[in-house]
Design a protein around this ligand. Structure first.
Ligand code: IMP
Length: 427
């Protein structure tokens, strides 16, 4: 049985929530391995809409087991709220949700430092973070100053926390910013731990046993490769490895136990937050993509920046993540367009380039090289096989496969589970 890593192949918000939900049908385990509650996975089941930030969406499937791995940074208070929401909808978490004792913890002072960090940057240098404290928590992890879930269940936790709050308050005070209240942070964390404590364990042997037993694991990526701390548009990125490598380091399941990588790719491109975006549109076409595609962030509600499909970005995902196949989402959003553009390369200082530059100042100078295809001007939703799609839509799809170098194994034509086509339907 294959273990599958699912990653976002653009700047996040590719529609991973729905694809994860569909792939979960076959999985025994669903694992989150990086990021925190900066992510927002939207799942629509029937008329109901769920947005999950930290809990793997596998929790909405009876009998599936879910892991929040060591690579995740988690805000205990936010996680309890989410668990309560899941329970209210009738899903049990006891015995189904396991939280790594190695996962790092987001505290209120991380969120305060996130906000201060952004506010103190010059306009134009701001990253546009989700202000969930993600960057400062990963900074503490790398600086070996963080606290992990195993520390929260340790009897010495109050002293460990006090030392952190005092140090961070010195930094906040030096910035002239409000400081954290130790007693309040301790009380809210301890209260959250009454819910989370029983779910915390060493998830490494648990996943190892699952691998040994041949059970199927789905790794649900958060964000996307262009927000990856190593391969994204640094410094306009998140602070974790959102590419496929993060699935191993963030869960303890080694690379040679991984079998398949699915890249989720929107049929056009969107981005929230700051940073370069070569195919961004500032015209009526961009407006239409935002309106028809309902392009507003699941976590912050911010309007997303919209643009045409960028094959340079997709090829970057193929190379850095080993994408075996695409899950192509939101093709239906293009139903109304007369002409549709695909960016196949960039022009940088008069030269054609095929690969994504490391330097964001160079990326900002890149202009897309486009080819144009005719639109199909026909609703695609309701198609149950590729043969049901208009000829021009099939041609667009085939061209995306050619210019990106990977096949589309899954095609999504709407937010609901039933609006999904699989490769078997290709015949
Ligand atoms: P942070 O992860 O909150 O530090 O934000 C860093 C950058 O990543 C910002 O541009 C955010 O908008 C972006 N970002 C973080 N999480 C997501 C996500 O789940 N989807 C899309 N963008 C995200």
């Amino acid at each position: 049985m294959p273990n599958t890593i699912l990653i976002g192949a653009q700047w996040g918000d590719e529609g991973k929530g729905k694809i994860i939900d569909v792939l979960t049908e076959r999985a025994d385990w669903v694992v989150r391995a990086q990021g925190g509650n900066n992510a927002g996975h939207t799942v629509e089941i029937g008329e109901e809409r769920f947005v999950l930030h930290l809990v793997p969406s596998g929790i909405l499937h009876e009998g599936k087991r879910c892991v929040i791995g060591n690579g995740v940074v988690l805000d205990p208070v936010a996680l309890v709220e989410e668990i309560n929401g899941v329970r209210e909808r009738g899903f049990e978490v006891e015995g189904r949700l396991f939280i790594s004792d190695r996962a790092h913890v987001v505290f209120p002072y991380h969120r305060m430092l996130d906000a201060q960090g952004e506010a103190r940057k010059a306009k134009g240098d701001q990253i546009g973070t989700t202000q969930r404290g993600i960057g400062p928590t990963y900074s503490d992890k790398a600086a070996r100053f963080g606290l992990r879930m195993c520390d929260l269940v340790d009897p010495g936790f109050p002293d460990l926390l006090r030392a952190r709050v005092e140090e961070k308050n010195r930094v906040l005070a030096a910035m002239g910013a409000p400081v954290a209240d130790y007693a309040e942070v301790l009380a809210s964390t301890q209260e959250a731990m009454t819910v989370l404590g029983p779910l915390v364990c060493d998830t490494v042997p648990l996943l190892h046993a699952a691998v040994q037993a041949g059970e199927e694991i789905l790794f649900e990526g958060a964000q996307g490769i262009m927000l990856d701390i190593d391969f994204g548009t640094y410094p306009y990125v998140t602070s974790s490895n959102a590419g496929s490598g993060g699935a191993s380091t963030g869960s303890g399941v080694p690379p040679n136990r991984m079998h398949r990588v699915v890249g989720v790719l929107k049929a056009y491109t969107t981005r929230v937050g700051e940073g370069p975006f070569p195919t961004e549109l500032h015209d009526a076409a961009g407006e239409e993509l935002r309106k028809v595609g309902r392009e507003f962030g699941a976590t912050t509600g911010r309007p997303r920046r919209c643009g045409w499909f960028d094959a340079v970005v997709a090829r970057h995902a193929v190379m850095t993540c080993g994408v075996d196949e695409w899950a192509l989402t939101k093709l239906d959003v293009l139903d109304g367009f007369d002409r549709i553009k695909i960016c196949t390369a960039y022009e940088l200082d008069g030269k054609r380039i095929e690969h994504f530059p490391a330097n964001v100042r160079e990326v900002a100078r890149c202009t897309p090289v486009y080819e144009e295809l005719p639109g199909w001007k026909t609703p695609t939703r309701g198609a149950r096989s590729l043969a049901d799609l208009p000829e021009a839509a099939r041609r667009y799809l085939a061209r995306l496969e050619e210019v990106t170098g990977a096949p589309a194994g899954i095609l999504s034509l709407g937010p609901r589970r039933e609006d999904t086509l699989f490769p078997e339907a290709r015949a």
